[in-house]
Structure formats: structure tokens, C-alpha cells
Design a protein around this ligand. Structure first.
Ligand code: PRT
Ligand code: ZN
Length: 291
């Protein structure tokens, strides 16, 4: 097996779990080429001086804080819980979930204040403690490492604090969400020294690539035909990266307009363009945007 090259950047990602597939997909979309199979400890990228290490997500904060690796990708929830000495660089827009406070479905509790002096089971004791402290409600916290959702049925706890995404685990266990403690998504973190030492330039290059993929995700490329006379209206509707590209069509008085539209205002913008008289609207995904 090849050895790790110490001059290269090192990035720790989850070996096998909920973040693994999307993390590998994100790295590949960023143009990084590498092999990855199960049981592998690390991969070297073919086209970038980067080594990818596969580890348990719980170990990533320590690996990054201690400088064993320069970078890590993990859930914001783990950062919130462990507060390691690392620098957060980017939100990666996948792995979305929430840390949620839930009570048994049949319980009459409607407000968190009713949990005063009750027992809360969680594998996020620090986040739970902070949440109840911030709300001025004294509770007893029982820290358990897995299957938190069965604690109320076992009579071990009155409520739980656990990660949720679809909410189906709560429903299956006859629990209902009372409130959200915080939202989470996967994030890129870095060792604080790595940002200053000889790897700074490499790191900046890699981050530019990551940002290119992230901004492309937020935009769509749009082409449409429109009568030339409505161009001023179209320009007002489209808040593009910069001004749209306009080229004449064979049909007299008509033009083709090309631009990018932000995902979050996408439908609203398309409807306004149609109303204004645009037609033949074609929408394409964007692979990368380098600004
Ligand atoms: O083996 P390793 O230690 O690496 O993995 P792990 O078992 O500790 O973590 P893993 O793979 O379960 O989760 C990794 C990360 O994925 C978490 O730290 C979160 O950032 C993120 N994530 C996103 C989630 C969820 N969604 C999620 N739904 N992590 C866990 N869950 C669990 C939750 O604990 C509960 O059991 O899924 C269940 C609830 O899901 P729903 O869809 O039923 O609501
Ligand atoms: Zn874990």
C-alpha cells in the first residue's frame, strides 16, 4: 500500500455512515479523482495533493484539533456538542438534520417549562444541558450512546433529545417533537495552524473548488426567447450574477436571453418572466461557478 505523503493536505471523512456517500460525491464534484473502497484507510488523490482518511465521525474533531489531519468533514451537531478547537470553514449543504426535543405522544407536556425537574435521555448531553440552561429550566440529563428513542418507553426518561431528519423514528416510537434545539448540516473544518503554515496556498485552492460546487448548487442556468421590446422588463426581473447575455434570433424582433437564476427565487422569477412575454424557457443545472 502507498504511504501518506506528509506534504499533502489531509482530509478526514466518515468511513461508513450517513455522511459518507454524499461526502464522496461532493469531493468528486469538486474535481478530485481518487479510488475509494470499503476497508480502505486512506486514498491519495490523483490530481490534487490531498490524502483522504476514512475514520469514525466521532474521531474527526480530535484528528483535526491535534493536527493529525488538516481538514475534516462532519456534522455541525458534533461541533456543537464537543466544541473542539478547530476553525469552521464552510457549510456543505447536505446531511441536514435537527437536534430535537421530543416527548411521548400521549404526554400532556406542551411547553418546555413543564419539563422542570424531569429526566431527559440523550447522546448529546452538552447540547441538551446548554439548551435547558439557556431556557432557565433545571432538568436531569441521562447520557446514553444509542437507541435514545426507546428511553421513554422503558421508563428511563420523560423526554429525549436526539437527531431527527424525516421524523419517522420519532413517530415509530410514539414520540412527538416539542421543539428544535438546533439545525445541523455537514461542515468543513480545519486545524487552526494549517491555515497559517505552508499548506495555506493548497488549502485556498481546495476551498475555491469547494465553493465553486456550492455556489453552482444554488444557481440554475436559464435560456429563453423574448421579443426585443420586453428586454428592459426582463433585465429588471432577473437578478443575475451580472447582466444577461442577449443574442439576436433569426425571427425579426426576437432575442435569446441567457442568464443564471438563484435557486431560492427560481419559480417566482420564471413565472414573472413568462408573464412578461418570455417563451421557450430552458433550465439547466450548473456544474461549477468560479467567481
Ligand atoms: O460510525 P460512525 O461513528 O462514523 O457513525 P455514527 O453512527 O455516529 O453516525 P451516523 O452515520 O448515524 O451519522 C453521521 C452524521 O449524519 C450525524 O452526525 C449527523 O450530522 C448526520 N445526520 C443526518 C444524522 C441524521 N441525519 C439522522 N437522521 N445522524 C443521525 N440520524 C439518526 C438519528 O440519530 C435517529 O436515530 O436517524 C434517526 C432519525 O432519523 P429520522 O429520519 O427517522 O428522523
Ligand atoms: Zn459516530
Amino acid at each position: 500500500m502507498a504511504n501518506i505523503n506528509n506534504k499533502n493536505l489531509k482530509l478526514a471523512i466518515q468511513k461508513q455512515g450517513r455522511l459518507t456517500d454524499e461526502t464522496l460525491g461532493f469531493l468528486r464534484k469538486s474535481g478530485l479523482e481518487f479510488e475509494s473502497y470499503n476497508q480502505r484507510l486512506f486514498s491519495s488523490c490523483r490530481n490534487f495533493p490531498l490524502e483522504i482518511l476514512y475514520v469514525r465521525d466521532d474521531d474527526i474533531p480530535n484528528y483535526v484539533a491535534s493536527g493529525i489531519v488538516d481538514l475534516g468533514i462532519l456534522g455541525q451537531n458534533i461541533l456543537n456538542e464537543e466544541r473542539p478547537r478547530v476553525k469552521k470553514l464552510l457549510n456543505l449543504r447536505y446531511g441536514f438534520c435537527s437536534l430535537t426535543l421530543a416527548v411521548p405522544k400521549e404526554s400532556e407536556i406542551k411547553d418546555i417549562s413543564e419539563l422542570k425537574d424531569k429526566t431527559i435521555a440523550t447522546s448529546y448531553p452538552q447540547s441538551t444541558k446548554k439548551f435547558f440552561n439557556d431556557n432557565g429550566i433545571p432538568v436531569k440529563i441521562v447520557s446514553i450512546s444509542g437507541s435514545v428513542e426507546i428511553a421513554p418507553a422503558l421508563g428511563v426518561a420523560d423526554a429525549i433529545v436526539d437527531l431527527t431528519s424525516t421524523g419517522s423514528t420519532l413517530a415509530l416510537n410514539d414520540l412527538r417533537a416539542l421543539t428544535k434545539v438546533y439545525d445541523s448540516e455537514s461542515v468543513l473544518i480545519a486545524n487552526e495552524e494549517a491555515l497559517k503554515n505552508g499548506k495555506k496556498e493548497l488549502l485556498e485552492k481546495l476551498i475555491t473548488r469547494f465553493k465553486g460546487v456550492l455556489s453552482a448548487k444554488n444557481y440554475k442556468y436559464v435560456m429563453m426567447n423574448a421579443p426585443e421590446k420586453i428586454l428592459p422588463r426582463i433585465k429588471k426581473i432577473i437578478p443575475g450574477l451580472k447582466s444577461p447575455t442577449v443574442s439576436p434570433l433569426a425571427a425579426k424582433g426576437w432575442v435569446s436571453v441567457q442568464t443564471v437564476i438563484k435557486e431560492d427565487i427560481f419559480w417566482e422569477t420564471i413565472e414573472r418572466l413568462k408573464q412578461a412575454g418570455a417563451s421557450g424557457i430552458i433550465v439547466l443545472p450548473i456544474e461549477k461557478i468560479i467567481i
